[in-house]
Design a protein around this ligand. Sequence first.
Ligand code: HGY
Ligand code: MN
Ligand code: MN
Length: 398
Amino acid sequence: MSFEEMWADLLPLGRDGTGGYHRFAWTPPELECRAWFADEARRRDLDVEHDANGNMIAWWRPADGVGGDAVLTGSHLDSVPGGGAFDGPLGVVSAFAAIDLLRKRGVRLRRPIGVAAFAEEEGARFGVACLGSRLLTGAIDPARARALTDADGRTFADVLHHAGLDPEAIGPDDGLLDRVGCFVELHVEQGRALTGPVGVAGSIVPHGRWRFGFAGEGNHAGTTGLDDRRDPMLPFAGMVLAAREAAGRNGTVATVGKVRVVPGGVNAIASSVTGWLDARGPDDASVRRTVAEVDAAARAAARPHGVAVDVAEESYTGVVEFDLALRDRLAATLGGVPVLPTGAGHDAGILSARVPTAMLFVRNPTGVSHAPAEHAEIPDCLAGVEALAAVLGDLAAG
Ligand code: HGY
Ligand code: MN
Ligand code: MN
């Protein structure tokens, strides 16, 4: 099964009419992607390990059965709503294709190679990014994770149970992590900084997401005078504009891309509005300043309308500097490709707290991501597979 054939099989799964993808964790399209993963693993005689957190790892083990000190690669299969085809899946398909290349070249495996598909990397269903890798590494309280809910109010615990997993078993898995020597994630670049087909990641900037809740009073749009309203939509609007202004002042980026309005009727004043802020920047201080300014602006905008405001941090990841020795080893193996920072979060950023981690980027000519226009040309994808095979060969074979 070539890269192109695997890509063609995966491409239709979870694509909507706009060409974007809706592969939310444990929904039918993502379950189809999980089935695809198991098929590709089976086709290569890789045994699939399902950890308690919903992550999957397909293992290629040395003939002599040597375990431990494994080289983990792979990425994620879930998407943001209306996401692109490459964010996540490119790392998984490339990992299978890289194993095929190594086998074709007859390399002798010294350490196991695992192809991972981490669960809920986008946090699109349950709100916390990298939920599967955070649970694996102990970066989130299992009790908090179990109680996370999706837009329909279903808890993560209930969805796990329905998927055949034991919600009480989720949490850090030192046994698994102790078997991993390093993690190398290949990912489509999510900007336009890459001049060549492949690059190496230097760092991930600090980033987080905050939930802003505005509670007002639902009422009739036509019979309620302006002075009688407690309209939560107004301070929400203030918060959105304040995010852009605060980001401009602090040299960060801040986005409000998701809002939930209750009840959401054209002719009804909302009773509550929930908006999510995504803020990222060069350092913790600038991100924290940005969020504090948005928080203050939201509260100031709410006060005159008698609207209550509640702000909660849903996830935060400080700056990730990838393992220098591993990063330089990758760059040397690849003959000195560009090293670049990224404003996007990744499972590699979470895993880096527990194992040496590095990332390979594949050029994205549109520079667009988290949208249907996200793209990588097949020749660049194949260059990525070659690069990943060279890196895996250097780390685990020979
Ligand atoms: O949000 C991010 O940066 C990543 O794509 N999950
Ligand atoms: Mn993403
Ligand atoms: Mn991703």
